[in-house]
Design a binder for this molecule. Structure first.
Ligand SMILES: [Zn+2]
Length: 93
């Protein structure tokens, strides 16, 4: 079953269409933003706010594509190079 709702970008608060659905193995995808990316954290040592130590708890965050591209200079990761081709689509006019 597909459920549609919204999740806001954590940076600019723009509401993004979110789709929840079940996979063939019956696991559920609860955060799948359109025009944005989903980031999840199970916490870690070093955070002063979230380190649940194996309880299975996690935090989910969505960031819109525009905020990722606007802040591309501080984005890290092996996929960053593939974003360069989209830079001119998100440049301020
Ligand atoms: Zn945003």
């Amino acid at each position: 079953m597909k459920i549609e709702g919204t999740i806001p970008c954590i940076v600019c608060k723009t509401p993004l269409q979110n789709i929840e659905y079940e996979l063939n193995d019956n696991s559920k995808v609860e955060i799948h933003p359109m025009n944005g990316l989903h980031f999840a954290s199970s916490g870690h040592y070093g955070s002063t706010i979230f380190d649940p130590m194996g309880t299975g708890e996690k935090l989910d965050v969505a960031i819109c594509d525009k905020c990722v591209m606007t802040n591309l200079d501080i984005v890290r990761g092996t996929g960053k190079e593939s974003l360069e081709v989209f830079k001119e689509l998100f440049e301020e006019s």
